[in-house]
Design a binder for this molecule. Structure first.
Ligand SMILES: Nc1ncnc2c1ncn2[C@@H]1O[C@H](COP(=O)(O)OP(=O)(O)OP(=O)(O)O)[C@@H](O)[C@H]1O
Length: 616
């Protein structure tokens, strides 16, 4: 029975495929165009949903009207004659209630809850993820990661709910209109007057309240996203927070964020309470309007008793249906505010255009040419103030300068994590802005200052991006990076050991030096002709660093290398040393030449050899 049930329901799951890509343009910034642009893969399931929802609505309306007719029938029939006169009708109605109605509900649930909801939320998330992962590294640094993640995940639900309730509103609204016309046809057309009055009042209410509600929901969702972003930020930097903030301060910040959500929800709820109360009041208006109008017509001799009772029955039926429609409309506009808030992140155009069809970087020699690069991170000053530098194929340069001079910024531009605000960067005569970014990064091996690892096994971290590597290759690289010995001693909380042990979020379960050695092993396995070492050995003690130097020398062989180091002794042997200060190149030459010159480099060197660290 269960496998059959599974197969049957799976048919509905397979009604659409959520994993389809959009047209590659940035998502629309406005809610309805945004939702519309996702409907194509769902077309079949949406039409089906509209049909089954309409069917369900028809059955519900039938049930209401049948209840009325049943009472009329019982009143008009003698008890002894009931079966003789109405058995077929009664059995038909019973079958309708026991069989057809549950079947229709099953269909409606399968189409809406499985076919639509299981797929639609993921379709929105899939495409939003597709767009967000094309954003530059720089873009991700501008916003709280937790907030962006929560917007991506929750937006799938909000957008789906918006579609679901819209279909409900359309289906129930349609049947509502048909139902009202049918009911009216059986009574007196004059009773349409209170109905129109109600419609006018209800539309006004929606018109006045809905925009306020959409704004209130958007503000509430913004405070909720900020709350989530804040919590993720604190939890993921708990060491720093514990060191520098008092518990009271953390609590106070959290309290403030919570209070913000309470306050914004309060604003939204004030509106919804008013809306709900006014809707019920309007339902009262329609009941009193119908019945009162009927009584007045009767009192002036313009209508019969029958019309008054019909008016009462009619008003009750119409208000029940109006409730369905208003419920659906109400839900839509609550979700619209939430989608609009999520779109603040999701619909942002790419900060660096994505060029999937761009040609791959054709590497020949590995020459890097930087032409007048300026980058101030959108500010007026700071960053790079015009750097021109050519690094010959196979040349090894050391990048030196005081903290904040712009060394990492230059590397970020070469990796195209940011696009230079002015100037350009060429590798083997190809402007990196015009080549496929994946091929660019594949050409560059990088060990960063903060060697962050992913919460996966050590093996996966070393083989990142190269799943075909053998265990032997991975171990050889780990040995060269002096990582093998500590790796085989690792055990994680789930009992996995050695290369299978997981390293914790961002590699927190390893020491800084261990992380750096894994990152070095990773880069040793890359056959990238350009190597960037940003303080690649800064977390290692001198003994391990000396051990690694030989392997590192081997890895650097024949490659174009940019090495950033504050510990100048590690780069003194480079072909050329480029000194950056305040976003500009101030000196360039070999260690000996720069020492002879007596400029910034020699000052830095003398300061270090004066006690900070040995030079030999
Ligand atoms: N994401 C960013 N947004 C805004 N400004 C930034 C950003 N990253 C760096 N900067 C600014 O750009 C300037 C250069 O920073 P950069 O990180 O390139 O210096 P650095 O020479 O690598 O320093 P360090 O040796 O301390 O790592 C600094 O003034 C810094 O404040």
């Amino acid at each position: 029975m269960f496998p059959l049930y599974d197969r049957l329901t799976r048919l509905f799951l397979n009604l659409s495929n959520p994993y389809t890509h959009g047209d590659g343009t940035a998502p629309q910034a406005r809610v309805w165009p945004y939702i519309r642009s996702h409907l194509a893969p769902m077309r079949g399931v949406l039409i089906l949903s509209l049909l089954v929802t309409t069917l369900a609505a028809i059955i519900e309306v039938w049930l209401i009207s049948y209840a009325g007719r049943l009472i009329d029938m019982l009143a008009d029939t003698a008890p002894a004659d009931i079966w003789a006169e109405h058995s077929t009708g009664l059995i038909g109605a019973a079958l309708m209630i026991i069989l057809i109605r549950p079947l229709s509900e099953f269909l409606r649930r399968c189409v809406n809850d499985i076919g639509l909801q299981c797929n639609s939320a993921n379709l929105f998330r899939w495409r939003a993820h597709d767009h967000l992962t094309k954003q530059s590294v720089g873009w991700f640094q501008e916003d709280l990661a937790g907030r962006t993640a929560s917007r991506l995940v929750l937006m799938g639900n909000y957008a789906t709910d918006t579609i679901y309730h819209s279909l409900n509103a359309v289906a129930f609204g349609l049947v509502y209109m048909i139902g009202v016309v049918t009911f009216m046809a059986g009574t007196d057309i004059r009773l349409a007057i209170p109905l129109f009055l109600w419609l006018a009042l209800y539309s006004t209410l929606i018109y006045v309240i809905v925009p306020r509600m959409v704004n209130a929901m958007e503000t509430f969702m913004a405070s909720k996203s900020a709350l989530l972003g804040g919590v993720v930020d604190v939890f993921s930097n708990f060491d720093t927070v514990s060191l520098f903030s008092r518990r009271k301060d953390i609590e106070a910040d959290h309290h403030k964020a919570l209070e913000e959500t309470r306050d914004t929800l309060f604003t939204a709820r004030k509106i919804s309470v008013a809306m709900r109360t006014l809707s019920v009041w309007l339902e009262g208006v329609i009941i009193v309007g119908f019945v009162g109008y009927g009584i007045w017509l009767w009192s002036v001799g313009a209508a019969t008793i029958g019309l008054v009772s019909a008016a009462l029955a009619l008003s009750l039926r119409i208000t029940t249906m109006a409730d369905w429609v208003s419920e659906a409309i109400w839900s839509i506009f609550q979700q619209v505010g939430s989608v609009r808030e999520a779109l603040r992140s999701i619909s942002q155009p790419l900060t660096i255009p994505h060029t999937p069809d761009a040609p791959k970087l054709a590497l020949t020699t590995g020459e890097i040419r930087i032409e007048d690069a300026h980058h101030h991170y959108g500010k007026d000053s700071g960053g790079l103030q015009g750097i021109s530098l050519t690094i010959a194929p196979g040349e090894k340069i050391g990048l030196v300068g005081p903290s904040g001079a712009g060394k990492s910024t230059l590397v970020n531009l070469i990796l195209r994590f940011y696009a230079p605000e002015q100037g350009r960067i060429l590798i083997d005569d190809q402007d990196i802005a015009t080549v496929d970014p994946e091929s660019l990064r594949a050409a560059i091996g990088m060990v960063a200052q903060q060697a962050a690892l992913l919460n996966r096994s050590v093996r996966d971290n070393i083989a990142l991006g190269q799943p075909d590597l053998t265990q032997e290759q991975i171990e050889t690289a780990a040995k060269q990076a002096r990582a093998h010995d500590f790796i085989i001693g690792l055990t994680d909380s789930k009992g996995r050991t050695g290369y299978d042990a997981h390293v914790g979020e961002r590699g927190v379960k390893l020491s800084g030096g261990q992380r750096q050695r894994i990152a070095l092993a990773r880069v040793m396995l890359r056959s990238a002709p350009i190597l960037i070492l940003d303080e690649a050995t800064s977390a290692l003690d001198s003994a391990v660093e000396a051990e690694i130097q030989t392997s590192l020398q081997k890895v650097m062989e024949g490659k174009t290398v940019i090495a950033i180091a504050h510990r100048l002794s590690t780069i003194a042997e480079m072909d050329r040393i480029v000194v950056i200060d305040n976003g500009r190149i101030v000196e360039s030459g070999s260690h000996t030449a720069l020492m002879a010159k007596g400029g910034l480099y020699s000052t830095l060197w003398n300061r270090q050899s004066g006690g900070f660290i040995g030079t030999d």
